[in-house]
Design a protein around this ligand. Sequence first.
Ligand SMILES: NC(=O)c1ccc[n+]([C@@H]2O[C@H](COP(=O)([O-])OP(=O)(O)OC[C@H]3O[C@@H](n4cnc5c(N)ncnc54)[C@H](OP(=O)(O)O)[C@@H]3O)[C@@H](O)[C@H]2O)c1
Length: 247
Amino acid sequence: MKTQGTVALITGAARRVGCAIALELARAGCDIAIHYWQSQDEATRTCERIEEIGKRCITIQADLADSSTWESIIAKTTQAFGHLDILVNNASVFLTTTPDTIEAFDTPRWEHMLRVNLLSAAALAHHATPLLTANGSGKIVNLCDIAVQRPWSNHLSYCISKGALETLTRGLAKALAPTVQVNGVAPGIAEFPAEFSSETRTRLVDMVPLKRTGTSQEVAKLVRYLVEHGDYITGQIIPIDGGLSLR
Ligand SMILES: NC(=O)c1ccc[n+]([C@@H]2O[C@H](COP(=O)([O-])OP(=O)(O)OC[C@H]3O[C@@H](n4cnc5c(N)ncnc54)[C@H](OP(=O)(O)O)[C@@H]3O)[C@@H](O)[C@H]2O)c1
Protein backbone atom coordinates (compact mmCIF):
# COMPACT_ATOMS: atom_id res chain seq x y z
CA MET A 1 0.00 0.00 0.00
CA LYS A 2 1.27 3.45 -0.77
CA THR A 3 1.04 5.07 2.66
CA GLN A 4 1.75 8.70 1.73
CA GLY A 5 -1.46 10.66 2.30
CA THR A 6 -3.34 7.80 3.94
CA VAL A 7 -5.03 8.04 7.35
CA ALA A 8 -4.34 5.64 10.23
CA LEU A 9 -6.32 5.25 13.44
CA ILE A 10 -4.40 3.63 16.30
CA THR A 11 -6.15 2.79 19.56
CA GLY A 12 -4.31 3.25 22.85
CA ALA A 13 -1.68 5.30 21.07
CA ALA A 14 -0.76 7.90 23.69
CA ARG A 15 2.19 5.95 25.06
CA ARG A 16 4.28 2.75 24.94
CA VAL A 17 3.76 0.46 21.91
CA GLY A 18 0.80 2.40 20.49
CA CYS A 19 2.76 5.66 20.55
CA ALA A 20 5.66 4.00 18.69
CA ILE A 21 3.21 2.68 16.06
CA ALA A 22 1.65 6.13 15.61
CA LEU A 23 5.07 7.76 15.13
CA GLU A 24 6.25 5.02 12.76
CA LEU A 25 3.13 5.29 10.59
CA ALA A 26 3.51 9.08 10.55
CA ARG A 27 7.09 8.60 9.31
CA ALA A 28 5.58 6.34 6.60
CA GLY A 29 3.48 9.30 5.47
CA CYS A 30 0.15 8.70 7.24
CA ASP A 31 -1.99 11.30 8.96
CA ILE A 32 -2.79 9.93 12.40
CA ALA A 33 -5.81 9.66 14.67
CA ILE A 34 -4.59 8.86 18.19
CA HIS A 35 -7.18 7.21 20.35
CA TYR A 36 -6.48 7.31 24.10
CA TRP A 37 -8.41 6.73 27.32
CA GLN A 38 -6.73 8.24 30.40
CA SER A 39 -3.34 9.42 29.10
CA GLN A 40 -4.36 12.85 27.85
CA ASP A 41 -0.99 14.57 28.40
CA GLU A 42 0.90 11.76 26.66
CA ALA A 43 -1.63 11.82 23.79
CA THR A 44 -1.06 15.56 23.34
CA ARG A 45 2.73 15.08 23.38
CA THR A 46 2.54 12.23 20.83
CA CYS A 47 0.33 14.42 18.65
CA GLU A 48 2.91 17.23 18.78
CA ARG A 49 5.68 14.79 17.79
CA ILE A 50 3.60 13.66 14.80
CA GLU A 51 3.08 17.26 13.72
CA GLU A 52 6.86 17.79 13.98
CA ILE A 53 7.21 14.90 11.49
CA GLY A 54 5.00 16.98 9.20
CA LYS A 55 1.79 14.96 9.39
CA ARG A 56 -1.64 15.93 10.63
CA CYS A 57 -2.86 14.44 13.90
CA ILE A 58 -5.97 14.44 16.07
CA THR A 59 -6.61 12.89 19.48
CA ILE A 60 -9.83 11.06 20.36
CA GLN A 61 -10.64 10.26 23.98
CA ALA A 62 -12.85 7.21 24.58
CA ASP A 63 -13.37 4.37 27.04
CA LEU A 64 -13.41 1.27 24.83
CA ALA A 65 -15.33 -0.61 27.51
CA ASP A 66 -18.25 1.67 26.67
CA SER A 67 -19.87 0.39 23.47
CA SER A 68 -21.48 3.76 22.77
CA THR A 69 -18.03 5.19 21.93
CA TRP A 70 -17.10 2.71 19.19
CA GLU A 71 -18.96 4.20 16.22
CA SER A 72 -18.07 7.75 17.25
CA ILE A 73 -14.31 7.01 17.22
CA ILE A 74 -14.56 6.16 13.52
CA ALA A 75 -16.89 9.11 12.87
CA LYS A 76 -14.48 11.57 14.54
CA THR A 77 -11.63 10.25 12.43
CA THR A 78 -13.51 10.75 9.17
CA GLN A 79 -14.86 14.15 10.26
CA ALA A 80 -11.24 15.28 10.69
CA PHE A 81 -9.62 13.64 7.68
CA GLY A 82 -12.40 12.65 5.29
CA HIS A 83 -11.23 9.05 4.97
CA LEU A 84 -9.67 6.13 6.85
CA ASP A 85 -7.25 3.61 5.36
CA ILE A 86 -5.55 1.83 8.27
CA LEU A 87 -6.94 0.63 11.61
CA VAL A 88 -4.57 -0.60 14.32
CA ASN A 89 -6.32 -2.22 17.30
CA ASN A 90 -3.63 -1.77 19.95
CA ALA A 91 -5.44 -0.72 23.15
CA SER A 92 -5.57 -3.43 25.75
CA VAL A 93 -6.20 -4.28 29.37
CA PHE A 94 -3.54 -6.38 31.15
CA LEU A 95 -4.14 -6.87 34.87
CA THR A 96 -0.99 -6.61 36.98
CA THR A 97 -2.37 -5.75 40.42
CA THR A 98 -5.73 -7.59 40.27
CA PRO A 99 -5.65 -11.41 40.06
CA ASP A 100 -6.69 -12.78 36.66
CA THR A 101 -7.00 -16.45 37.65
CA ILE A 102 -9.90 -18.90 37.50
CA GLU A 103 -10.00 -18.81 41.33
CA ALA A 104 -10.57 -15.05 41.16
CA PHE A 105 -13.15 -15.32 38.37
CA ASP A 106 -15.33 -12.24 38.33
CA THR A 107 -18.00 -11.71 35.68
CA PRO A 108 -17.79 -7.88 35.38
CA ARG A 109 -13.97 -8.05 35.14
CA TRP A 110 -14.11 -10.70 32.41
CA GLU A 111 -16.76 -8.68 30.53
CA HIS A 112 -14.58 -5.57 30.80
CA MET A 113 -11.54 -7.48 29.50
CA LEU A 114 -13.48 -8.85 26.53
CA ARG A 115 -15.07 -5.48 25.72
CA VAL A 116 -11.74 -3.65 25.55
CA ASN A 117 -9.50 -6.36 24.06
CA LEU A 118 -11.97 -8.06 21.70
CA LEU A 119 -15.39 -6.48 21.18
CA SER A 120 -14.10 -2.97 20.55
CA ALA A 121 -11.69 -4.32 17.91
CA ALA A 122 -14.56 -6.12 16.15
CA ALA A 123 -16.81 -3.07 16.38
CA LEU A 124 -14.16 -0.65 15.12
CA ALA A 125 -13.49 -3.00 12.20
CA HIS A 126 -17.23 -3.15 11.51
CA HIS A 127 -17.68 0.63 11.51
CA ALA A 128 -14.43 1.19 9.59
CA THR A 129 -15.09 -1.35 6.84
CA PRO A 130 -17.01 0.95 4.45
CA LEU A 131 -14.16 3.47 4.73
CA LEU A 132 -11.35 0.92 4.45
CA THR A 133 -12.89 -0.47 1.28
CA ALA A 134 -13.83 2.90 -0.23
CA ASN A 135 -10.46 3.55 -1.89
CA GLY A 136 -9.94 -0.05 -3.00
CA SER A 137 -7.36 -0.99 -0.36
CA GLY A 138 -7.24 -0.94 3.42
CA LYS A 139 -5.33 -2.53 6.28
CA ILE A 140 -6.21 -3.73 9.77
CA VAL A 141 -3.50 -4.77 12.23
CA ASN A 142 -4.47 -6.27 15.58
CA LEU A 143 -2.02 -6.39 18.48
CA CYS A 144 -2.13 -9.98 19.71
CA ASP A 145 0.22 -11.85 22.08
CA ILE A 146 2.34 -14.99 21.79
CA ALA A 147 1.01 -15.98 25.23
CA VAL A 148 -2.13 -17.44 23.64
CA GLN A 149 -0.08 -20.47 22.51
CA ARG A 150 0.66 -21.35 26.18
CA PRO A 151 -1.88 -19.36 28.18
CA TRP A 152 -0.71 -18.03 31.53
CA SER A 153 -3.05 -19.28 34.26
CA ASN A 154 -2.44 -16.01 36.14
CA HIS A 155 -3.52 -13.89 33.14
CA LEU A 156 -6.38 -16.11 32.06
CA SER A 157 -9.03 -13.71 30.76
CA TYR A 158 -6.32 -11.63 29.05
CA CYS A 159 -5.00 -14.71 27.17
CA ILE A 160 -8.53 -15.73 26.22
CA SER A 161 -9.28 -12.24 24.89
CA LYS A 162 -6.11 -12.32 22.78
CA GLY A 163 -6.84 -15.85 21.55
CA ALA A 164 -10.24 -14.67 20.35
CA LEU A 165 -8.59 -11.61 18.79
CA GLU A 166 -6.41 -13.98 16.74
CA THR A 167 -9.53 -15.80 15.55
CA LEU A 168 -11.17 -12.46 14.78
CA THR A 169 -8.08 -11.52 12.74
CA ARG A 170 -8.35 -14.65 10.60
CA GLY A 171 -12.13 -14.33 10.26
CA LEU A 172 -11.93 -10.69 9.20
CA ALA A 173 -9.15 -11.51 6.74
CA LYS A 174 -11.53 -13.85 4.93
CA ALA A 175 -14.56 -11.62 5.29
CA LEU A 176 -12.86 -8.46 4.02
CA ALA A 177 -10.79 -10.03 1.21
CA PRO A 178 -9.75 -9.05 -1.37
CA THR A 179 -9.88 -5.34 -0.50
CA VAL A 180 -8.66 -5.22 3.09
CA GLN A 181 -5.72 -7.20 4.48
CA VAL A 182 -6.08 -8.11 8.15
CA ASN A 183 -3.13 -9.35 10.18
CA GLY A 184 -1.95 -9.67 13.76
CA VAL A 185 1.35 -8.84 15.38
CA ALA A 186 2.13 -10.92 18.46
CA PRO A 187 4.83 -9.51 20.73
CA GLY A 188 6.56 -11.57 23.41
CA ILE A 189 8.01 -8.91 25.69
CA ALA A 190 8.09 -5.48 24.06
CA GLU A 191 7.84 -3.29 27.16
CA PHE A 192 7.37 -4.48 30.71
CA PRO A 193 4.44 -3.15 32.71
CA ALA A 194 5.82 -0.50 35.11
CA GLU A 195 4.72 -2.61 38.09
CA PHE A 196 7.01 -5.59 37.26
CA SER A 197 9.87 -6.00 39.76
CA SER A 198 13.49 -6.25 38.61
CA GLU A 199 13.49 -9.93 39.71
CA THR A 200 10.48 -10.67 37.50
CA ARG A 201 12.06 -8.80 34.59
CA THR A 202 15.33 -10.75 34.93
CA ARG A 203 13.49 -14.08 35.16
CA LEU A 204 11.42 -13.33 32.05
CA VAL A 205 14.35 -12.05 29.96
CA ASP A 206 16.25 -15.22 30.88
CA MET A 207 13.48 -17.24 29.17
CA VAL A 208 14.01 -15.40 25.86
CA PRO A 209 16.45 -17.19 23.53
CA LEU A 210 17.76 -13.83 22.25
CA LYS A 211 18.35 -12.78 25.89
CA ARG A 212 16.72 -9.37 25.77
CA THR A 213 13.29 -7.82 25.56
CA GLY A 214 12.07 -6.43 22.30
CA THR A 215 11.24 -2.76 21.95
CA SER A 216 8.13 -0.79 21.05
CA GLN A 217 10.01 0.50 18.01
CA GLU A 218 10.63 -3.05 16.75
CA VAL A 219 6.92 -3.85 17.06
CA ALA A 220 6.04 -0.57 15.34
CA LYS A 221 8.38 -1.35 12.44
CA LEU A 222 6.67 -4.71 11.95
CA VAL A 223 3.26 -3.00 11.89
CA ARG A 224 4.64 -0.53 9.33
CA TYR A 225 5.98 -3.41 7.24
CA LEU A 226 2.56 -5.10 7.15
CA VAL A 227 0.90 -1.82 6.19
CA GLU A 228 3.44 -0.81 3.53
CA HIS A 229 4.51 -4.16 2.13
CA GLY A 230 1.81 -6.61 3.24
CA ASP A 231 -0.47 -6.41 0.21
CA TYR A 232 -0.17 -10.20 -0.28
CA ILE A 233 -0.25 -11.12 3.42
CA THR A 234 -3.58 -11.63 5.14
CA GLY A 235 -4.93 -13.62 8.08
CA GLN A 236 -1.47 -14.09 9.60
CA ILE A 237 -0.32 -13.63 13.17
CA ILE A 238 3.36 -12.67 13.14
CA PRO A 239 5.30 -13.27 16.37
CA ILE A 240 7.97 -10.74 17.38
CA ASP A 241 9.36 -12.32 20.51
CA GLY A 242 13.10 -13.03 20.35
CA GLY A 243 12.26 -16.73 20.06
CA LEU A 244 10.22 -16.90 23.27
CA SER A 245 7.47 -18.92 21.58
CA LEU A 246 10.01 -21.67 20.74
CA ARG A 247 10.15 -22.75 24.39
N1 LIG B 1 4.07 -4.60 26.14
C1 LIG B 1 4.34 -5.85 25.79
O1 LIG B 1 5.43 -6.37 26.05
C2 LIG B 1 3.31 -6.67 25.05
C3 LIG B 1 3.46 -8.05 24.97
C4 LIG B 1 2.52 -8.80 24.28
C5 LIG B 1 1.45 -8.18 23.69
N2 LIG B 1 1.31 -6.83 23.77
C6 LIG B 1 0.16 -6.18 23.16
O2 LIG B 1 0.59 -5.04 22.43
C7 LIG B 1 -0.32 -3.96 22.63
C8 LIG B 1 0.41 -2.75 23.21
O3 LIG B 1 1.06 -3.13 24.40
P1 LIG B 1 1.28 -2.08 25.58
O4 LIG B 1 2.03 -2.79 26.63
O5 LIG B 1 1.82 -0.80 25.03
O6 LIG B 1 -0.22 -1.87 26.04
P2 LIG B 1 -0.74 -1.20 27.40
O7 LIG B 1 0.22 -0.15 27.82
O8 LIG B 1 -1.07 -2.25 28.39
O9 LIG B 1 -2.13 -0.58 26.92
C9 LIG B 1 -2.21 0.28 25.80
C10 LIG B 1 -3.27 1.32 26.02
O10 LIG B 1 -4.55 0.71 26.13
C11 LIG B 1 -5.40 1.73 26.60
N3 LIG B 1 -6.56 1.22 27.32
C12 LIG B 1 -6.61 0.42 28.40
N4 LIG B 1 -7.88 0.30 28.82
C13 LIG B 1 -8.66 1.04 27.98
C14 LIG B 1 -10.03 1.35 27.91
N5 LIG B 1 -10.93 0.89 28.80
N6 LIG B 1 -10.46 2.16 26.92
C15 LIG B 1 -9.59 2.66 26.02
N7 LIG B 1 -8.27 2.42 26.05
C16 LIG B 1 -7.81 1.63 27.02
C17 LIG B 1 -4.56 2.61 27.55
O11 LIG B 1 -4.77 3.97 27.16
P3 LIG B 1 -4.54 5.21 28.16
O12 LIG B 1 -3.11 5.11 28.60
O13 LIG B 1 -4.82 6.40 27.32
O14 LIG B 1 -5.51 5.06 29.30
C18 LIG B 1 -3.13 2.12 27.29
O15 LIG B 1 -2.18 3.16 27.15
C19 LIG B 1 -1.44 -4.49 23.52
O16 LIG B 1 -2.52 -4.92 22.74
C20 LIG B 1 -0.79 -5.66 24.23
O17 LIG B 1 -1.72 -6.65 24.64
C21 LIG B 1 2.22 -6.06 24.45
